[in-house]
Design a protein around this ligand. Structure first.
Ligand code: CMC
Length: 432
């Protein structure tokens, strides 16, 4: 084995080949198996991509053992403490923190794109009053390709830029329209004099009948949550966006695909599932029963908000959110939160349990975020939509990186076929 290559030899030693090694700026080396099938006639097998790098990327780095998360090299803790969501969005999209004038122009551009085409607003009349907001979000984002034809040319840098700003600006407006439909209230138009999260709160909670005062603490809490959700390298929904976009599909369709992937309870849907699970547990005395259920191999139940494919020590986002939970509840005058107390109790029980220790299962980002959303008055069915609003910029940054990669190819994995070998067609009257 040389330093820059691995030698792969088959079991009987009759053939071997050198696999080149790629080195990133930080993190483990990566074996390049691109020529394996051509040279050896075999595929690699890695269901769920547990040990497979699907692309190279300069956007986000995670060290799951040390609990490190960096956007463009900046630790998420520093960004959470000193930055704001739109500045982080610029960083993810363009690779560097903006200068003051770049940030001003970016904020201005996002503010100018907040309104929806009125035709799109009418879609909401067609949804059932109790439609899940994630269903509406993926449908309406997908339908943006029917409205914004000026951004359909994926090879045009200006079109890509307008698409990026537009989708980032409109996600809160679409989310608000879904929330208002569920609430049976009139849609509230965006206000461009407000910050990103202030405007979101205004569209979510204002009603025409009375003035609405924006709660600055709520706006700050949301801003921080969006920073923490902004990107997470090649997770399920981001990989979905890359895969859908790799065919050359328009970017709105690719993002709609990512939203659909996010909805699942193993991914972004976990924040809604955590709240429903806590409500189901109800009281601290029931915790052991639910922990036992989670440990039972024959029971599909899992402790929602626990475990992570990459973090095997702690999720740095969960640590920040846990602290924020205390702060938000206190500042909102909700010192007595039975749900938060129950979550803390469940966390303690699980962290001391052999099963969870042995399998490195720790609370993840979704464990606490729902408690904050609940304290801010956001309906449970909107929790994954909140995740989607924060994550959209990450999806867009990855889509852009993928589209502009000169070595980019359509994503097309292979398989281990386990179906019947070739057999001959039998006419229906001869089948037993
Ligand atoms: N409760 C009980 N057992 C668990 C849990 C859990 N939450 N998570 C994993 N395990 C067990 C699992 O049964 C398996 O046991 P065994 O080795 O005996 O078969 C072992 O731990 C490894 O789990 P895995 O499913 O092979 O691990 P994975 O990397 O494929 O899955 C996960 C990661 C996040 C999907 C999983 O931990 C899970 O389902 N957690 C609950 C859902 C959740 O909170 N998702 C949010 C993830 S963070 C935000 C995001 O990505 O959107």
């Amino acid at each position: 084995m040389s330093k820059d290559a691995y030698t792969l030899t088959n079991a009987d030693g009759s053939s071997s080949m050198e696999l080149p090694v790629h080195k990133g700026t930080v993190g483990p080396d990566v074996l390049d198996i691109g020529s394996l099938y051509r040279e050896q006639g075999v595929f690699t097998y890695d269901p769920g991509f547990v040990a497979t790098g699907s692309c190279s990327s300069a956007i986000t780095y995670i060290d799951g053992v040390k609990g490190v998360l960096m956007y463009r090299g900046y630790p998420v803790e520093q960004l959470a403490a000193h930055s704001n969501f739109l500045e982080v969005a610029f960083l993810l999209l363009y690779g560097e923190l903006p200068t003051a004038s770049q940030l001003e122009d970016f904020n201005e551009s996002i503010n100018r794109h907040t309104m929806l085409n009125e035709g799109m607003l009418r879609f909401f009349n067609g949804f059932r009053y109790d439609a899940h907001p994630m269903a509406m979000l993926s449908a309406v984002v997908g339908s943006m390709s029917a409205y914004y034809h000026d951004t359909m040319d994926i090879n045009n840098p200006e079109a890509r830029k307008v698409f990026a700003h537009r989708i980032l600006a409109k996600l809160p407006t679409i989310a608000a329209a879904a929330l208002k439909l569920n609430a049976g209230q009139p849609f509230i138009y965006p206000r461009n004099d407000l910050s990103y999260t202030e405007n979101l709160l205004h569209m979510f909670f204002a009603v025409p009948a009375e003035p609405y005062e924006i709660n600055k603490i709520a706006a700050q809490a949301l801003d921080l949550l969006f920073i923490l959700h902004a990107d997470h390298e090649q997770n399920c929904s981001t990989s979905t966006v890359r895969m859908a976009g790799s065919s050359g599909a328009n970017p709105y369709s690719a993002i709609a695909a990512g939203i659909s992937a996010l909805w699942g309870p193993a991914h972004g849907g976990a924040n809604e599932a955590v709240l429903r699970m806590l409500e189901q547990i109800g009281e601290a005395k029931n915790i052991p029963r639910f922990v036992d259920k989670a440990k039972d191999r024959d029971d599909p139940f899992r402790l929602m908000g626990f475990g992570h494919r990459v973090y095997k020590n702690f999720d740095p986002r969960a640590t920040i959110i846990r602290e924020m939970c205390h702060k938000v509840l206190k500042q909102m005058g909700r010192t007595n939160s039975p749900l938060f107390d129950l979550a803390l109790e469940l966390e303690q029980v699980a962290l001391k349990d052999e099963y969870f220790i042995e399998k490195n299962l720790y609370p993840n980002v979704d464990f606490y975020s729902g408690i904050i959303y609940r304290a801010l008055g956001i309906p449970t069915s909107m929790f994954t939509v909140m995740f989607a609003i924060g994550r959209t910029v990450g999806w867009v940054a990855h889509w852009k990186e993928m589209i502009t990669d000169p070595g980019g190819k359509i994503s097309r994995p292979r398989q281990l076929y386990t179906g019947p070998p070739q057999r001959d067609y039998v006419p229906v009257d001869q089948r037993s």
